[in-house]
Design a binder for this molecule. Structure first.
Ligand SMILES: [Zn+2]
Length: 175
């Protein structure tokens, strides 16, 4: 059933493309091969950094279960009408969990799976910090793990606190 296209995408066996949603913790499927004009999503053909348009809207009309997002260049951008915890956030498309892979070599290492779990277990404050920092810097090093991004974000916040404290002390000394 289906075939692995990359560690992020698999074919569902009918030419449609499935990816993992870290908000719903489930697969979502883009129809790209339905044979019905106007029913397909457009796909950029990049299985490592996929883009689809238009947006994906799951459970429309059920506000407490809605998942609504754009997937652009391998980044999930959840919209404000999304019900789950990733609402209004941009997160890198996570690799498919190992149990969804049917080929060797394995595409998700244990480290990658740990990193998916890491993102899910963050507090709201940590997730906001990571997201804010990630959005500013993600083009610099797209291969960083969520854990590395959060450490960098925390280091930057600590630096700016030290800087402002030094400036205040400097002013006191100088005055
Ligand atoms: Zn979802």
């Amino acid at each position: 059933m289906g075939k692995i296209l990359s560690k992020y995408l698999r074919d569902n066996g009918e030419g449609d493309l499935m990816h993992w949603c870290p908000g719903c913790n489930s697969l979502h499927i883009y129809a790209v091969n339905s044979g019905v004009p106007g029913k397909n999503w457009s796909f950029n053909g990049n299985v490592e950094k996929p883009s689809f348009s238009p947006s994906m809207l799951i459970n429309r009309g059920t506000p407490d279960k809605t998942c609504h997002y754009f997937l652009t260049d391998g980044v999930l951008q959840y919209c404000s009408d999304t019900a789950h915890h990733l609402k209004n956030q941009h997160v890198p498309l996570p690799p498919l969990p190992q149990w969804l892979r049917d080929t060797t070599p394995p595409f998700t290492t244990k480290e990658e799976q740990d990193d998916i779990d890491f993102l899910r277990d963050l507090s709201d404050e940590e997730r906001d910090l990571l997201t804010e920092y990630y959005e500013k810097h993600f083009k610099e090093a797209p291969g960083r793990t969520n854990r590395e991004w959060l450490e960098l974000a925390k280091a930057e916040r600590a630096d700016s606190w030290v800087d402002s404290t030094h400036q205040r002390i400097g002013k006191l000394d100088g005055g």
